[in-house]
Write a protein that binds this ligand. Sequence first.
Ligand code: GAL
Length: 680
Amino acid sequence: MTKTLVLDELLHGGDYNPDQWLDHPEILQKDLSLMTKAGVNTVSLGIFAWSALEPSEGVYQFDWLDQIFDHFEARGGHVILATPSGAKPAWLAQKYPEVLRVDGYDHRLHFGERHNHCPTSPVYRRFVADIDNRLAERYGQRKGLLLWHISNEFGGECHCDLCQAAFRQWLQDKYGSLEALNAAWYTSFWNHRFSDWQEVASPSPLGDSTLNGLNADWRQFVSDQTIDFYDQEVAAIRAGGSQAPATTNFMSDTADLMPFHGLDYAKFAKHVDVVSWDSYPEWANPNIPTPELGMKIAMINDYFRSLKHQNFLIMESSPSLVNWHSVNRAKRPGQHRLAAMQQLSTGADSVLYFQWRQSRGASEKFHGAVVAQDGSEDNRVFKEVVQVGQDLQRLHDLAGVQRPRAHVAIVYDWQSQWNLDGAQAYAQETKRYWQTLQKHYRYFWQHDIPVDIITPDTELAPYQVVIDLMHYSLPAGYVTKLTEFVQAGGLLVGSYISGLSDYQDLAFLGEMPLGQLYGIQRKEIDTYYPQNHNGIEYLGHTYPVKDYAEVIAPTTATVLGKYTEDFYADTAALTENRVGSGRAYYLAGRANAAFIEALYNRILEGLRLAQQQVTVPTEVVSVALRPMKDGQQLAFVMNFSDSEQGVDLLKGGTDLLSGDVVSKGHHTLPKYGVLALRIE
Ligand code: GAL
């Protein structure tokens, strides 16, 4: 049963690793006074501390953790307590090699690194349950315990015999018979018919890596097995008597800030009590304009909020630089505060860091932290963290108050993403599903219109607009759901490379299933080389088309835009179909930002999608609203440009960050400047 995270303040702090400093009591002492100065109210403890808690099998030492708990509780602070399964102890790996992961080449990994256990191994599960259970028995009732942090950044897969057996069982549960599996995987192709369950194995470069149905099921199995491992950890905690809520920290990639590819987070989110994620964007990368970065961060935060339609936590971030980007540049002055305020504006209830104090040794010792190895508070980063700590105290009335649903939803489908990535079609370099969604999201970000990023199983009734682009594989029943949404008055936008296969990646036969809804038939899909292009003529302008162009034939749809070149010049490139009291638009080619702007300006006309308008929207100053405890709106007005910007405020209010009363009219925001305007 879901537990609720109850917050009376915004969380500030993060990963604290006192187990690295047990032989430096003076440093531990200093940490506490520095944390008070930085306004730290939360620490995440014990994430990789298994050997510090159980130095050898069955030998436990909890005194150091007891003391840290004591110190924190004495200050009225919160503890996010981790289970240590993200890095197994060397003694465990040595004695029970089955806990070590096996890769796709059938190599059992050695002990080392982290995040590399076998998720199926009964031995690993038993040891993990034991240590989790002991932690829960010992700390489960402590008043400082706020939340469980299960393991760390789950990811990866194991191909050992135990996992193979579990996979076969999973397939038997799903298909019931080999006939059904053979049909779903289309094994008549390349003589792949299976006649015994034992013949089925995980995808591997040594065996099958392009059998689409196998790949689709393997991805789901890996997700299910990881979630099951998580659930068993939670069960061990509950058996230890703790009822505190639980989470695990999700991830994104760095370059495009798209959700981590390996796990179905939509499914995983149903199992966690609160969504949390680790945010490491490339601030200050001259190749990514800051407003573009701001847009990408906003989108992935919207995504994580929408997983449960609830506020989420930033579990990790860096106040300055990281150590694993290709270039590890420091955030410029003011960027940390801007990043923190943006997190809050999108529905985060925390600003937490990795890590509090830089380690002395090992691979992450030069990763940015709140306190550097010199232990000084007299530096820019520490001062900016102090500032953010004060900001969070001033904004404490936001804590736990939910951001309402948006009126616009963009659909992101995990299975479809996996299937599209694996499809040997189109052009690997240019598929870019998430990035295509981002290009459309940018319009809404620039116009300060809130957006939810939803999965196909989300109820559509709360939305006025649903954007469903490049939806390659469709789940059962989805076309009916979309059709009902449009019939009831919804506005739908779809695009090229949609509705080609089902979740097993079996191509649909006959007419395209989305054809009736969009009022078109697909005739061909043309994939372009980088030097190929076309144009869409729309509302008197011609916009360039790159990468993809579908040749379509309207049935009931009206043509709004036409291709300008090639053998399909003058045929439909953008269509509108009226269905019931709604409208469904189909964009057949990949067009640029100017086209997207023109498209939405026209088709959204008359819909009242904006949140309360606080400024005249600009492309670089973003505004997001969040309600406070008394129901009053707090408007974050954030300058993402690298220079000062004028803003025209349509409303006045009090800036809770400075305490100043701000009148409506023209103002200047310094670069990276933020107002947190309590609207009067
Ligand atoms: C996270 C991880 C942390 C630390 C951090 C460095 O992905 O959870 O343990 O490694 O990255 O940025």
